[in-house]
Design a protein around this ligand. Structure first.
Ligand code: FMN
Length: 136
């Protein structure tokens, strides 16, 4: 039996800011590695990057999400990691791809999510999804 069948799902939405003085290949490297690892762990979701800020929405078995978040919080490639929303999840929201990457045009959209908290932040993020060009 897979972890998916035995463990309830959990979701986390967090925001962070890219650390300074990193090569331009940083985000691509994060996503390539994340896709391989997340597939093994049953994690799906979306990473949005606007050139400065990240927002990532993760979903999967609770233990896998918790352990990934512990690694992410410690990752020196970004700073000011702040969890905006986390809760049990009935059904996956991202089924078409493992970890999508969307490059958000202009800083305003992500600034909005960064300023919000809790369910308001989640709803704001979900409302933006149709405007993203997602590379899955
Ligand atoms: C913004 C951001 C998003 C990340 N997303 C993921 C992710 O979805 N999955 C993942 O495994 N690692 C992700 N990472 C990388 C982790 O922090 C960590 O470096 C990685 O999981 C370690 O994997 P490794 O020990 O196999 O190299 C992310 C890092 C950053 C800065």
């Amino acid at each position: 039996m897979t972890a998916e069948q035995t463990q309830p799902l959990y979701e986390v939405l967090y925001c962070s800011t890219l650390a300074q003085n990193l090569p331009p290949t940083t985000v691509g490297a994060i996503v390539t590695r994340a896709r391989a690892r997340n597939a093994e762990q049953g994690i799906t979701g979306l990473l949005v990057f606007d050139g400065m800020r990240f927002c990532q929405h993760l979903e999967g078995p609770r233990d896998a999400v918790d352990s990934l978040m512990r690694r992410i919080v410690e990752d020196p490639r970004h700073v000011e990691v702040r969890v905006a929303y986390e809760a049990p999840l009935a059904r996956r929201r991202y089924t078409g791809f493992g970890m999508g990457l969307a490059e958000s045009e202009g800083p305003d959209l992500m600034a909005g999510v960064h300023a919000l908290d809790g369910e308001v932040a989640l709803r704001h993020f979900l409302a933006l999804l149709p405007s993203f060009d997602i590379n899955g």
